[in-house]
Design a protein around this ligand. Structure first.
Ligand SMILES: [Zn+2]
Length: 636
């Protein structure tokens, strides 16, 4: 199944116990001055498996989710049919995929190929010509429109991996597992074919956005009419293509990455017929590999585990359970919320949100570099912010409409899920309002640019205990909340108004000033290293760094308003540092730093904290101590 992902349109911004000494002894004192992050987290586990406090918490939630899912399957005859089929890995066949693969193989010319590939894309939800999603119009979020996202590559990954040396470590895995899939299929000369497909993919991706381009939402919004779309897709029958989806009469469409689609279009020629066939067949097989035989499942699981360190799948029974968990993610998330997210925790989070929103409103009034009219607009954005804690607004779910039949093949039942999901998605075109698909069992928090909302899935509650000290919670949950609120005004969020519409609400000189301040944050973080020899990318991480600085300043000011004692501040800062503990090796840090738009955890802690006078005072960070840096002031 293919829960449609919003890949390039980064419209949501996710965030990613305390040591406490009344009396410092000399040794610890020095450790703090040297490397605060290390001093706090030196005892964090040293396992081989890469983990963080967030992934540990997610593992805990996942165990609970497994229990809830098993109960759910027991009480739901329909889900039981699918689950039993997933458990049985014997006698699986390529079944319904065969007809589609044959149609691709037997295409005699490019026109036949395009006609057949359109049906593959529509019927099997394998994106060939684009990756269609329905989402709120960035400029008028009251209505939903069709987006043409860039074509995804192996195992649904994004194009920007393919033409950049930075991503060699990831593309090496993609090649390896792609080759394993071709072997499972019995493709003649698999090594050569794999190599050719990879080169072809690099070519498709050569005109696509680079990762840096993704930091500017305005670049990703390109509305086009049908006739303009025809100028992009000169080699395909656009009328036929749109009518397959029933979207031929839309006023306009939005193309996320024009270069990507134009390039792919230019490759739709008879010369490329052979490689296009192989590229398409591999995409079909990769997408459906978890539902095929072990030859396919094994490479799929290896790739899955590589990207999901918190949800390791070691056998097919676990894979079956995971599949049910994804298919019924909303239903199960609501179950989890009702069973495990206590009213007390919800109250704690909501009370903190109220405090923080109040702080921001006040703080914006006092900003010196901003004119009154821009301040008013910024405050409006804070005042208008929607807050979803746990269930939040009523989440609609289509999952109760799945119908699985035991005399259908597994593949047919899986395709049935895709059809339900697609129907639901296209139905959004007729209504106002747009729902994002972040399961409630996700240990994370996010800001949704498109409706100006901060969101806290139920599972984020495992990051603190109900009876923890207020300052412990302020340092962890409070900081997470402040971080998310700051996203509303960050380098991406500042382009959208209080209703989530892409709209300029700045005076020219204020925005110029804001850009200057951003430059300072960019330069500041660029001066830090992931590890010796690898610099932080201050551009890609800019928005997240602005949010970290904003959140840290906010909790510090709130503590100040409460006349916090030094011990309270220490609790708060150490709680913050603990939240980001990890055991990443150098190799894993390198891998993460090319995928993640956040700074590495250690930098989030050390670079963030030393911008605070109170922190420097408490731990006696002076120009003589190693922790010291000439730093920036938080923008928000
Ligand atoms: Zn963030």
């Amino acid at each position: 199944m293919d829960k449609k992902k919003i890949s390039l349109l980064l419209v949501i911004l996710i965030i990613g116990g305390v040591l406490y000494f009344f009396v410092f002894n000399k040794k610890e004192y020095n450790e703090y001055q040297k490397d605060f992050y290390e001093a706090i987290n030196k005892d964090y586990k040293k396992d081989k498996e890469p983990s963080t406090v967030f992934t540990d918490a997610q593992v805990k939630v996942n165990k609970r989710l497994d229990e809830i899912t098993k109960e759910f399957i027991n009480g739901n005859d329909n889900a039981k049919i699918l689950y039993n089929q997933l458990l049985n890995t014997n006698n699986r066949e390529i079944g319904i995929l065969k007809g589609y693969i044959d149609s691709i193989n037997n295409s005699n010319n490019i026109k036949e190929f395009i006609d057949n590939a359109m049906m593959v894309e529509h019927d099997l939800s394998v994106d060939i010509f684009t990756n269609i999603i329905v989402m709120a119009d960035l400029k008028d979020t009251n209505k939903n429109i069709v987006y043409f996202q860039p074509i995804t590559m192996d195992f649904g990954t994004d194009c920007y991996y393919y033409n950049d040396k930075d991503y060699d470590s990831i593309t090496a895995y993609l090649k390896k597992y792609g080759l394993a899939i071709l072997n499972a299929y019995g493709m003649p000369r698999p090594n050569e074919v794999s190599k050719n497909i990879f080169e072809f993919e690099k070519n498709i991706c050569s005109e696509s956005y680079k990762k840096d381009d993704l930091t500017d939402p305005t670049k990703l919004y390109n509305p086009v009419t049908k006739s303009e779309l025809k100028k992009i897709y000169t080699n395909i029958d656009v009328d036929r293509y749109l009518s397959i989806y029933g979207i031929e009469n839309r006023e306009y469409y939005s193309v996320v990455d024009v270069g990507n689609l134009k390039k792919f279009n230019s490759l739709l020629t008879d010369d490329n017929l052979d490689i296009l066939k192989k590229f398409t067949i591999l995409k079909i097989l990769e997408q459906y590999s978890p539902y095929l035989t072990m030859d396919y499942i094994t490479p799929y699981m290896e790739f899955y585990n590589l990207l999901n360190s918190d949800k390791v799948v070691s056998n097919t029974d676990e894979l079956a359970l995971r599949t049910i968990e994804v298919a019924y993610s909303k239903t199960l998330g609501i179950e989890y919320n009702n069973k495990d997210f206590s009213d007390k925790k919800k109250e704690i989070i909501e009370a903190l949100i109220k405090e923080l929103l109040g702080y921001y409103e006040q703080d914006i009034k006092d900003i010196k570099w901003m004119s009154n009219s821009t301040k008013e607009a910024a405050i409006k954005k804070i005042k208008n912010m929607k807050v979803n804690v746990g269930l939040g607004s009523n989440m609609p779910t289509y999952e109760s409409t799945y119908i699985f039949k035991s005399n259908n093949s597994l593949l047919l039942n899986i395709v049935g899920i895709n059809n339900v999901e697609n129907d639901y998605m296209f139905n959004q075109l007729d209504i106002s309002g747009f729902y994002l698909d972040i399961p409630l069992t996700t240990v994370n928090a996010y800001y949704n640019i498109l409706d100006n909302s901060i969101n806290f899935p139920a599972a984020v509650g495992v990051l603190f205990n109900e009876n923890d000290n207020y300052y412990d919670i302020l340092g962890s949950m409070g900081m997470i909340i402040g971080h998310e609120i700051t996203h509303a005004l960050g380098s991406k969020g500042a382009n959208f108004d209080e209703n989530g519409n892409l709209k300029d609400w700045w005076t020219e000189s204020d925005y110029k000033e804001y850009k200057k301040l951003q430059d300072k944050v960019r330069d500041y973080y660029s001066s830090f290293e992931v590890f010796s020899g690898l610099k932080v990318d201050g551009e890609v991480t800019l928005d997240e760094n602005i949010s970290d600085l904003g959140g840290l300043r906010a909790i510090t000011e709130i503590a100040k308003q409460k006349d916090a004692k030094d011990e309270d501040y220490k609790k708060m800062y150490e709680s913050y540092a603990k939240l980001w503990a990890d055991n990443y090796t150098k190799e894993y840090l390198a891998l993460m730093s090319i995928q993640d738009i956040h700074s590495p955890n250690k930098v989030r802690v050390n670079a963030g904290l030393i911008t605070l006078d109170k922190f420097k005072e408490l731990y006696e960070i002076t120009p003589e101590t190693p922790m010291y840096r000439d730093n920036v002031e938080s923008i928000w």
